[in-house]
Write a protein that binds this ligand. Structure first.
Ligand SMILES: [Mg+2]
Length: 232
């Protein structure tokens, strides 16, 4: 380990599309939740396709910036509104949200992730920081981190700096000893750089870096490449 990484004591990781693929698990959770609604609230699903439910959630998120960072809350409020409009008990929204969340937690980490995190864990404090609504304690990575933070918990989504600042408070490690690892050039790399963190871009699909953003300090195709750099 040399140069720009020598000061690192804590590594924070984004989750979705950094440590597991996001789209397949969200899609499966949407399908499962809609099938549940179709059985429990057929008058609602007769009027709303899955895509129309999604559009309703997005519109609600735009109308309610106070809860937009909390995707579970947005889903809940959207469903409550629509269930009430169709003559159902709004309590069904909580049950539907539980169905979605259980399926949302059935993530499959990329093949190298659990082993790579286990190699880093003895030498670094590891923290997960996500804008998403997976519950780490119900995923295969439940034992991989020292701390896990969500946008919903800290009250703001990346690129807001709150989640990194809370990670520093929670761990007792200053931000200038952080390395942040993520797939999103703006919400991960730029957001972390703005706070003075050292940054790693996880680029699994060999995408082009979006110029003119300044590049991350390191670009890796997977977490094993990060392990090689950090502990050789
Ligand atoms: Mg991500």
């Amino acid at each position: 380990m040399t140069g720009v990484f020598e000061h690192v004591r804590l590594i924070c990781f984004d989750l979705d599309d950094t440590l597991w693929p996001c789209h397949p698990v969200i899609h499966a959770a949407e399908v499962e939740c809609y099938a549940w609604l179709d059985r429990q609230a057929p008058r609602l699903t007769a009027c709303y396709t899955p895509e129309q439910l999604r559009e309703h959630r997005i519109a609600l998120g735009h109308a309610r910036p106070d809860i937009a960072h909390d995707l579970t809350e947005v889903r809940l409020r959207s469903l409550e509104t629509l269930l009430a409009e169709h003559g159902y008990n709004v309590d069904l929204a909580h049950a539907a949200s539980d169905v979605f969340r259980a399926a949302r937690n059935r993530v499959t980490p990329y093949a190298e992730v659990i082993g790579a995190l286990a190699e880093l864990r003895p030498r670094y404090t590891l923290v997960s920081v996500t804008n998403g609504n997976s519950q780490i304690e119900h995923t295969p990575l439940r034992a991989s981190f020292d701390h896990s933070l969500t946008a919903a918990e800290v009250g703001a989504a990346k690129p807001d700096p709150a989640i990194f600042q809370v990670a520093s408070q929670r761990s007792g490690i200053p931000l200038d000893a952080f390395l942040h690892v993520g797939d999103d050039p703006l919400r991960d790399v730029q957001a972390a750089r703005d706070l003075g963190l050292t940054t790693v871009w996880v680029n699994r699909e060999a995408n082009d870096w979006p110029d003119p953003l300044p590049r991350a300090d390191l670009e890796v195709a997977d977490i094993n490449r990060l392990v090689e750099r950090m502990i050789g």
